[in-house]
Design a protein around this ligand. Structure first.
Ligand SMILES: [Zn+2]
Ligand SMILES: [Zn+2]
Length: 284
């Protein structure tokens, strides 16, 4: 099917250069914190033993492979990681320092049950985080950002440990939600001579195949309802906006990047600008 999606240029910041190097450094630091938090899970021995047959069976019946709840890092390790994330966030000027200091104080005083919050975000439910934000007086964005990093570290670790068991089924899965953990995709990647489209999970970093045209959030294939955001100086990067569900998906064409080596975190980072542009237009 040929692609006929209207393109448009978003309102940009009046020629101010997007700080891609700063974003890359920030995301690299977050990735390192997540990796050391995930390493604390290596010491846990009570992990479920999953076989390839069970995993394939779950994928073919449309269920995510990971059965929830999954084992989480210890509360102490979650707290240490949360403090390091807040320090990184302040250093990179992502949040206000007073906001981050308030969060640190609450965490150090044991005022947040990070295990419970991480566990609900792992299941895709942010309701308990909203309540915790209200109770603690912290901004919801701050708390969500923090807990999502903890949940992502946890899910990426679990996903990496079982991926080899059912690689082919994951790679060919056509579902709009992650076949491993059930989360929404964060980016879509076009690659190969034929322009195969893949989705990458924003939580466990699994990559799987998806149809060329279509919104993975609501399933719509009506091209008149899609719009593509491009910024002319960044070839290969765009965002697909869906007017049916008002969600956006960053799209990266590897063929135009000239490098096949970039991983999910790097691709997410280099397309960060489109998060700001799409959210400013009211897409989430
Ligand atoms: Zn996932
Ligand atoms: Zn949609």
């Amino acid at each position: 099917m040929a692609e006929h999606i209207g393109e448009s240029m978003p309102q940009t910041d009046g020629g101010r250069k997007f700080p891609v190097e700063e974003f890359a450094r920030f995301h690299q630091e977050l990735k390192e914190i997540r990796a050391s938090l995930a390493a604390s899970l290596d010491k846990k021995s009570e992990l479920q033993q999953l076989t390839g047959d069970v995993a394939r069976e779950r994928i073919s019946s449309g269920k995510p492979v990971l059965e929830l709840p999954v084992a989480l890092p210890e509360e102490g390790a979650l707290c240490d990681a949360a403090i390091r994330i807040l320090d990184t966030v302040v250093k990179n000027e992502v949040f206000d320092k007073p906001e981050a200091d308030a969060a640190k104080k609450i965490i150090e005083g044991g005022g947040l049950d990070l295990s419970a919050l991480t566990s609900v975000v792992v299941t895709g439910d942010s309701h308990a985080v909203e309540k915790a934000a209200l109770d603690s007086g912290l901004a919801l964005d701050t708390l969500l950002f923090l807990v999502e990093q903890l949940a992502r570290a946890t899910l990426t670790w679990h996903s990496a440990g079982i991926k080899g068991l059912f690689d082919d089924e994951v790679k060919t899965s056509r579902t709009g939600a992650c076949p491993v953990c059930g989360s929404h995709p964060r980016i879509s990647i076009i690659e190969g001579e034929e322009g195969v489209r893949k989705l990458a999970c924003g939580m466990c970093e699994t990559v799987w195949r998806y149809k060329r045209i279509g919104c993975p959030f609501c399933g719509s294939e009506d091209q008149k309802k899609f719009r593509r955001f491009t910024v002319d100086d960044e070839s290969g990067l765009s965002a697909l906006l869906c007017d049916v569900c008002k969600r956006y998906l960053k799209q990266i064409d590897r063929r135009k990047l000239g490098d096949d080596e970039y991983g999910v975190t790097e691709l997410e980072t280099m397309s960060s600008r489109f998060d700001i542009l799409a959210r400013r237009e009211g897409y989430r």
